[in-house]
Ligand binder design. Sequence first.
Ligand code: COA
Length: 260
Amino acid sequence: MAYQNLLIEYKDRIAYITINRESKLNALNKATLGELHQAIANAFADEQIGGILITGAGSKAFVAGADIAEFIGVDVAGGREIAREGHTKIFDLIENSSKPVIAAINGFALGGGLELAMACHIRLAADTAKMGLPEVTLGLIPGYGGTQRLTRLVGKGKAMEMIMTGDMVTAAEAHQLGLVNQVTTAENLLPAAEALLQKILSRAPLAIAAAITAINAAGRNDVNGFETEIEEFAKCFGTADFKEGVAAFLQKGKPGFKGE
Ligand code: COA
């Protein structure tokens, strides 16, 4: 598929997805959202790909939000559809994937941009980045999971403050809040994200998938996270990678995981 709004590169088992609408600060219009769904689904289905790294084109923005111009004329039913489709096709898809997804936040991550980063499993930010959920300044609230994921990441009080004021936080503040895992210089952002993802890809893939499932269960009310952990832990014992990992440890060698 040829993409109009994304740059896609596959290298060393990583799919690099760059949102590429620099003149609109990489805002997520309908076309971009559709392409993003396709690119993510393709990377998840591709056995050669171990994980995804998402960033924004240019140095100014990761993603400055959903495309506000497309909100004109949307009614209540339309708003519901925008949110539900976004949740299913992109944000939940990323969060619940069996492959690790890292956001490299290279500039403004606002509204749907911060929601995209929060759906990823890990977030790195350039020291120049700014993040916020400014939807109330438009008469809206976050609709792509922001009220839930921000609350889980930074706690209810700070989420209330950030969402009700619409104020941005700096990368340093975001790090302090636990909203991002690491802050680097802008030029070291992609190398740092890549190094972190490569380290994760050197571990047993099925164990990584199990860890994602179990950790995600901690944020859900509809499943018992401890039961999920027991099941995911147990399943690992049925994998060839488990046997490989333990044998390599006992022989003081390096494991060659196959994701089996
Ligand atoms: N949707 C649509 N277009 C957007 C956009 C968005 N979320 N964010 C930025 N753009 C567009 C601007 O309209 C402008 O387009 P133009 O050059 O055709 O006029 C271009 O991107 C550059 O943005 P601009 O506002 O001129 O840059 P700035 O440096 O003055 O301000 C921001 C940067 C990020 C503070 C500002 O663009 C902003 O507040 N964006 C909206 C953020 C937001 O509310 N997001 C939540 C959406 S639900």
